[in-house]
Design a protein around this ligand. Structure first.
Ligand SMILES: Cc1ncc(COP(=O)(O)O)c(C=O)c1O
Length: 365
């Protein structure tokens, strides 16, 4: 029997073409030019091969896209906020950057990316942080020249407060999540993330059969699912992974429409601590993901430890609590024979994981 923490997507149709509804969210023809980012380090992040782990789990291959090495920034979020800030400035030549105040709510990484973008274009920046974001992440945002406003609440409360103050003060929101009437910027953020998907396609000619991708609001998952669906002859089977207390995608899948998480999003996986999905991403994730699953808080440390102290000659990978969620999910699936069979993780499976963040002061695993 399939465990309660795993659910099939009843809407998925693997013969469905990538059509206008998906292209309106993620358009592979609009891959950003990496030169647009204005960062000194433009190298693709490595796609690590872990044969020791693949052998132990009786899989053909396990590869990890290591975003801890992105732009010297330490998380894939560097691709989104920076790019969206630059796009906004390019689309508004009448505005002087020095007169713009960019703002967003963030659990840490996206805010740092927006702060970096604002610094690059010479604009002011104000970041709204929920109460659980670490002091290290706050310091890293301030080091990029941004002001921080701490909210006595969670990520979704910070989003609401950011929207309220931005409206009052005429600030420009660079959000990674969308809401009705606010889609252009989140679409640009995800457009930035497609750089990562394109690098994978170039780095892995034989292409993965499975992708385990962690979701907060769904921007990362949408960029990967959309891009791979559009460009590969056969897209991988995708498992969307969330913390149990922040299972907004798991609940939305069950309901067939955007739903709130069943828990209070109190999780060490700060980047995934979202109670609401980004509705813009529904046509890609809601129709294109094959499975949704949740992981437990106790799954995080063993996965971080395994990345940091790998098997045999596998390379060591530095990950944060949200970064290792895909590996935590893989271990969970492989530990349950029914789940493993259902998802098709057999000896021919080539599995792709995304280490979406490095160890940004989150303790030693
Ligand atoms: C490290 C990390 N991984 C994954 C995610 C999830 O990304 P998304 O909210 O686009 O689903 C985030 C979001 O903040 C993050 O910081």
């Amino acid at each position: 029997m399939i465990p309660a923490w795993l659910a099939r997507n009843p809407r998925v149709d693997r013969t469905r073409p990538y059509d206008a509804a998906q292209r309106a969210v993620i358009d592979p023809a609009h891959l950003p030019d990496i030169g647009m980012f204005g960062v000194p380090d433009k190298e693709p992040t490595p796609l690590m091969t872990l044969p020791g782990l693949a052998g132990r789990l009786a899989l053909a291959e396990v590869r990890v896209k290591d975003e801890s090495r992105r732009f010297g920034f330490g998380a894939f979020k560097a691709l989104g906020g920076v790019f969206a800030v630059r796009e906004f400035v390019a689309a508004h030549p009448d505005l002087k950057p020095a007169e713009i105040v960019f703002t967003t709510a963030s659990s840490g990484n996206h805010g740092r990316s927006v702060a970096m973008g604002a610094q690059l274009v010479g604009a002011r920046c104000v970041i709204f942080l929920p109460k659980f974001t670490s002091a290290e992440k706050e310091a890293a945002i301030c080091a990029r020249g941004a002001d921080v406003i701490r909210i006595d609440g969670d990520y979704d409360t910070a989003v609401a407060e950011c929207r309220r103050q931005a409206e009052q003060k005429g600030w420009t929101i660079i959000s990674d999540t969308s809401w009705p009437g606010y889609e252009t910027v989140p679409r640009d953020v995800m457009r930035g993330y497609t750089v990562l998907a394109d690098e994978i396609v170039r780095q892995w000619r034989e292409a993965p059969t499975h992708l385990l991708v962690q979701a907060g609001v769904g921007g990362l998952a949408a960029a990967l699912i959309g891009y791979l669906w559009a460009v590969l002859p056969q897209r991988p089977r995708v498992v969307v992974v969330e913390p149990k207390s922040a299972d907004c995608w798991f609940q939305s899948n069950a309901a067939g429409k955007p739903m709130l998480a069943s828990g209070n999003a109190d999780t060490v996986m700060g980047g995934l601590a979202c109670r609401e999905i980004s509705p813009l991403t529904w046509p890609v994730i809601g129709l294109g993901a094959d499975w949704f699953m949740t992981i437990e808080e106790e799954d995080v440390m063993p996965a971080r430890r395994l990345f940091a102290h790998p098997l045999e000659n596998d390379p060591a990978i530095a990950s944060g609590p949200s970064g290792c969620a895909g590996l935590a999910a893989l271990l969970r699936l492989c530990g349950d024979a029914d789940a493993r069979n259902a998802v098709g993780l057999d000896g021919s499976a080539r599995v792709l994981l995304i280490n979406s963040e490095g160890n940004l002061g989150e303790g030693t695993p």
